[in-house]
Ligand binder design. Structure first.
Ligand SMILES: Nc1ncnc2c1ncn2[C@@H]1O[C@H](COP(=O)(O)OP(=O)(O)OP(=O)(O)O)[C@@H](O)[C@H]1O
Ligand SMILES: [Mg+2]
Length: 324
C-alpha cells in the first residue's frame, strides 16, 4: 500500500483531570513563574475526567487522515489496554496501524491536571515511547509520498534512517521535532538538512539555531540555509510566522475560547502540512488550515478531538496572512 503520509512519533494514553481545587500560585523561583499546588494528605474532588489518546505521532496521523490523506502511523505501544485503545482509535479514524508492540514497557501514560483557566501541568510516564526503534521498521516495504517526523525520543539512529529512507525513495519530509531533538541545539542541524518542511515553536527555533528567540529574521536566515522548502515558527496564541526562503508570512489567531491547549502544536502541524499538500504548496492555505485546526482542537479536552475534516473549516473566520 502506498500512503500519502506516514507519521513516526510518540503515542500516549491521556487522562485529563479538571478541578476547581487545582490552584495556581505565583512563584518566582520556578521556571514558568507559576506552580500548581495540591494540598498534601487530602483527597481532592475532580469535576471532570476525560480519557483520550495523545502523542504527536498519532495526533498528527488523525489530523492527516481527517484531511483525506491516506495515512499510516509508526509508534510504539505496550502490550496492554492503553495500546489496544490506540489501535481501536486508528481503526475508527482510518489510520493504518504500523505500531511496534513493546513486550516489556507499558504504553506511555500522561495525567493532565487542568486548572480552571485551562492551563495545565502534565505528569508524564514515557514508557514504550522511549524504545521506538528503527530496527523494527520494515523500510523496504514502506511506500509513501510524505514522511512526518514527530518526537523520536531522541533516537538519532531512527531519525537518520528515516531521513535516508525518505531521500532515497523521493519521499518528502516534514518534521516537528520532540524535546530531546530540540535539546541537541545546533547539533540537530546536520540531521534536518535538506528536509522539506520544518516546524518548531519560537523557543525551539532559538535553541536549534543558537539565535535568541526574539530575533526572527536571523532565525529564518539560519533555517532557510538548511531547510529545502518551508520553515514554520509557531508562537502560541500570538500565531505563526513562515518562511519559504523568499517571503516571510505572518498571521495571528482568531479570538475564540480555549478549554485545553494540549495538542495545539500537533493540530497546527497536521493542518499546515495537509493544507500545503492538498493545495500543491500554497503557504497561505496551509497557514489558514493549520490555524483553524489548532483553534478547533484547543476548544476540547484532548489532542485528537476537534481535528477538522476535509472541506470543513470549523466556521472560523479566515485570519489575515501578511506577506513581506
Ligand atoms: N490558544 C490558541 N488559540 C488558537 N490558536 C492557537 C492557540 N494556541 C496555539 N494556537 C495555534 O497553534 C499554533 C501552534 O501552537 P504553539 O506555538 O503553542 O505550539 P507548541 O509550542 O508546539 O505547542 P505544543 O505544546 O502543543 O507542542 C500556533 O502558531 C497558533 O497558530
Ligand atoms: Mg510542539
Amino acid at each position: 500500500m502506498k500512503y500519502e503520509i506516514i507519521t513516526i512519533g510518540s503515542v500516549t494514553r491521556d487522562a485529563f483531570f479538571k478541578s476547581d481545587a487545582f490552584k495556581v500560585e505565583k512563584n518566582p523561583n520556578v521556571r514558568t513563574g507559576e506552580q500548581m499546588c495540591l494540598m498534601l494528605g487530602t483527597k481532592i474532588a475532580v469535576q471532570e475526567v476525560v480519557f483520550t489518546t495523545g502523542g504527536g505521532g498519532t495526533n498528527t496521523a488523525v489530523g492527516f487522515s481527517r484531511q483525506g490523506l491516506r495515512t499510516a502511523s509508526i509508534c510504539r505501544i505496550g502490550d496492554d489496554i492503553s495500546g489496544r485503545a490506540i489501535i481501536e482509535e486508528f481503526e475508527k479514524e482510518g489510520v493504518a496501524n504500523l505500531s511496534q508492540v513493546d513486550k516489556e514497557y507499558p504504553t506511555a501514560f500522561s495525567l493532565i491536571l487542568v486548572a480552571p483557566d485551562g492551563e495545565r501541568t502534565i505528569l508524564e510516564h514515557r514508557g514504550a515511547n522511549d524504545h521506538i526503534t528503527e530496527k523494527e521498521i520494515d523500510w523496504s516495504g514502506l511506500e509513501s509520498e510524505w514522511l512526518f517526523l514527530d518526537s523520536l525520543a531522541g533516537n538519532t539512529n531512527l531519525m537518520k534512517e528515516a531521513i535516508d529512507w525518505a531521500k532515497k525513495n523521493d519521499v518528502k519530509i516534514a518534521c516537528n521535532p520532540g524535546k530531546k531533538m530540540v535539546q541537541m541545539g545546533r547539533e540537530l542541524r546536520p540531521f534536518i538538512e535538506g528536509i522539506d518542511i520544518f516546524i518548531s515553536n519560537e523557543d525551539e527555533a532559538g535553541l536549534i539555531t543558537g539565535v535568541e528567540p526574539g530575533n526572527t529574521e536571523k532565525i529564518f536566515e539560519e533555517m532557510d540555509k538548511i531547510i529545502k522548502e518551508v520553515v514554520v515558527m509557531t508562537r502560541g496564541p500570538k500565531g505563526v510566522m513562515v518562511s519559504d526562503g523568499k517571503n516571510i508570512y505572518s498571521a495571528g489567531t482568531p479570538d475564540s475560547p480555549v478549554v485545553d491547549r494540549t495538542g495545539a502544536g500537533d493540530a497546527f502541524s497536521a493542518g499546515f502540512v495537509s493544507g500545503y499538500i492538498n493545495s500543491g504548496g500554497d503557504i497561505e492555505n496551509a497557514i489558514q488550515l493549520g490555524t483553524a485546526n489548532a483553534t478547533s482542537v484547543v476548544q476540547y479536552f484532548g489532542a485528537k478531538k476537534g481535528h477538522l475534516k476535509k472541506g470543513d473549516w470549523g466556521g472560523y473566520p479566515k485570519i489575515e496572512v501578511a506577506k513581506n
